[in-house]
Every structure is written in C-alpha cells, then in structure tokens.
Design a binder for this molecule. Structure first.
Ligand SMILES: Cc1cc2nc3c(=O)[nH]c(=O)nc-3n(C[C@H](O)[C@H](O)[C@H](O)COP(=O)(O)OP(=O)(O)OC[C@H]3O[C@@H](n4cnc5c(N)ncnc54)[C@H](O)[C@@H]3O)c2cc1C
Length: 281
C-alpha cells in the first residue's frame, strides 16, 4: 500500500526524502492529481504543506524569500513593492481561485511545464531556488534549474525550500502579460515577464523572459542589453525587434502555430514595455 507522510518539521521531511525509495513530493497537488486522472493513486507521497519553515514571504537583507508552500493566492494578496507587480499579475492568471488557493509557486516551477506561468516572470526577476537535502543546502538560478520540458536539476533527496528574489539596486518594477485562446482559465500561447530597474528615468538593468515558446521559459539577453541605458518611455518599446526572438523555438500545436507564437511574444513584449513606461511609480 502507498505511504503518505505529512511531517511538521523540515528535518523530518529531509530524512524521509533521504530514504532509499524516496516518496514523491506533494504541495498543492494541482499538477499532481490532474495528471493521474483515471490511473491508480499508488505513489508514496511526502506532503510538505504542514512545515512552518516553508511558509511565508520574508524581506531578507538583499533579497526576498518566498517559502516553497506559498500559494498563488498568497502572492496575489501580499503587500509587496512594485517589483512584484508582474508576479501578482501572473498569480491572478493561474487557473481560478480554487487553483490559486492551493497551487504553489514552487510546485509550478518544479513541474516545469513549458507553459508554467510562474517561470518567465521569476526568471526575469533573476530568481534563485534554495534546495535542501539531508546533506546540506545549495542555491541555483531558476534559469538553470528548469533544464527542459518537465525537466529540472532537482536531485534525489532534494526539496525546493524557497524562491529567492534579489532586490534591485534602484526602483525595480515589473509586468507580466499572457496570451491565451480566451481571457482566463487557459493554457498560454505565449507570455512575457519584464523587470526593469530604473534610476532617474533611465533603465539601469533589464530582465526579460518569454514562456510557452520553447521547451522551457527563456531569457532574451540581447534584448535586455538593448534596453539598458535608455529612457523608460513608450518609445522604448520600439527597440524590441524580430531578431531578438530568434533564439525561441516555438512549436505548432492545437493552441497556435509556431509563427503565431513568435509574433505574439514580440507584440506582448512591446506592450509590456509600453505598459511599464506609462505606469505611475
Ligand atoms: C484547473 C487548473 C488550471 C490551471 N491553470 C494554470 C495556469 O493558468 N497556469 C499555470 O502555470 N498552471 C496552471 N495550472 C497548474 C498548477 O495549478 C500550477 O502549476 C501550480 O502552481 C502547481 O503547484 P502545486 O503546489 O499544486 O504543485 P503539485 O501538484 O503539488 O506539484 C507539482 C510538481 O512539483 C513537485 N514539487 C512541488 N513542490 C515541490 C518542492 N517544494 N520541491 C520539489 N518538488 C516539488 C511535485 O513533486 C510535482 O512533481 C492549473 C491547474 C489546474 C488543475
């Protein structure tokens, strides 16, 4: 019979994960259970939702720490600076209220769907993941952690314990835009997360990532560089050119063809930058 554990202590959870046949990690279950409809539920499970160390959003010295069991609903409701506006927008786009109340940001990243709404915004924010096992703790950039379609660098015995978001040097602000076949409750055709750090009206640093247009969300470093040093004004969107999207590898599927996805990514990016330019700070 399958085993189910719901420890209230992080070290107990890590000890369970260190066993020779580690169980599957379960957070909100909103990816896990729908993937098993019509199949026997016979996995050993480690439910991590009772562990206090994995909860809450903390303002640490040079970064923000989002615990691994923080849900989309919690992010949407949290009092956070404008740096998080894009993540809050993404939160409101993930499923409906029921999914947002149970689904976690970390679960979204660990599931590593090419259409995961959390990945592009957090990549644009330069997020890192905190990984813990019985043997210790390490950090890894999110862009490295998600290594392909449903593939991550999570090692056996490891748990993602937090998402770490660095604090920008000046005034960080962000926006997230998603295109689907309808407005809500939809899998993305393309999406963009943009983070701009601005001082005296000039872009000092840019982070930009596109989702649903490659096996994993992808940063566009050449476009990021093309924005730095320029005034944050609606005309900045004109610096976004088709060649900046050459590294994407969108697929043709039932939702959209590759050319439409690539085009959508560019148009969403221009709109996102224009939206940031007219935003009140
Ligand atoms: C109706 C519906 C609509 C949805 N709409 C969207 C949408 O619009 N956009 C979107 O991006 N997603 C959507 N989803 C997918 C899902 O809700 C999200 O991906 C959610 O964030 C997953 O989080 P979870 O906590 O439920 O993950 P779980 O299902 O608990 O886990 C997902 C995977 O991550 C692993 N995992 C979870 N936490 C950890 C951890 N801390 N360390 C290591 N591994 C871990 C699990 O083992 C599992 O493999 C939808 C799902 C449903 C059912």
């Amino acid at each position: 019979m399958a085993a189910y554990a719901r420890p209230a202590d992080l070290s107990e959870a890590l000890a369970i994960l260190a066993s020779p046949r580690p169980p599957l990690i379960l957070a909100g279950g909103t990816d896990y259970y729908p993937a098993r409809v019509g199949k026997p539920l016979n996995d050993d499970l480690l439910d991590i939702t009772a562990i206090p160390d994995l909860r809450g959003i903390q303002d640490a010295a040079n970064h923000w720490r989002i615990g691994a069991t923080v849900t989309w609903g919690e992010i949407a409701a949290a009092e956070l600076p404008p740096l998080f506006d894009g993540l809050r927008q993404a939160a409101r786009e993930v499923g409906g209220a029921q999914v947002q109340n149970a689904g976690t940001l970390a679960g979204n990243l660990c599931n590593a769907s090419p259409a995961a709404d959390g990945a592009p915004m957090l990549m644009a924010m330069d997020a890192r993941l905190e990984l813990q096992s019985k043997g210790g703790r390490r950090e890894m950039p999110l862009a490295q952690f998600i290594s392909g379609n449903r593939r991550t660098q999570l090692q056996p015995g490891e748990l993602v314990t937090a998402i770490l978001v660095p604090k920008p040097a000046y005034q960080g602000r962000s926006v997230f835009l998603k295109l689907g076949a309808r407005r809500y409750l939809v899998i993305s055709i393309a999406m963009v997360g943009v983070m701009l750090d601005v001082a005296d009206g000039i872009v000092q640093q840019a982070g930009l990532a596109i989702g649903a247009c490659s096996a994993a969300a992808k940063r566009l470093p050449e476009l990021e560089q093309a924005l730095v040093g320029h005034k944050l004004a609606p005309a900045l969107a004109q610096r976004v050119l088709p060649e900046h999207f050459a590294s994407l590898s969108p697929i043709d599927d039932i939702r959209a063809d590759a050319a439409y996805r690539r085009d959508s990514a560019m148009i969403l990016t221009r709109r996102a930058i224009a939206a940031l330019a007219i935003q009140k700070t």
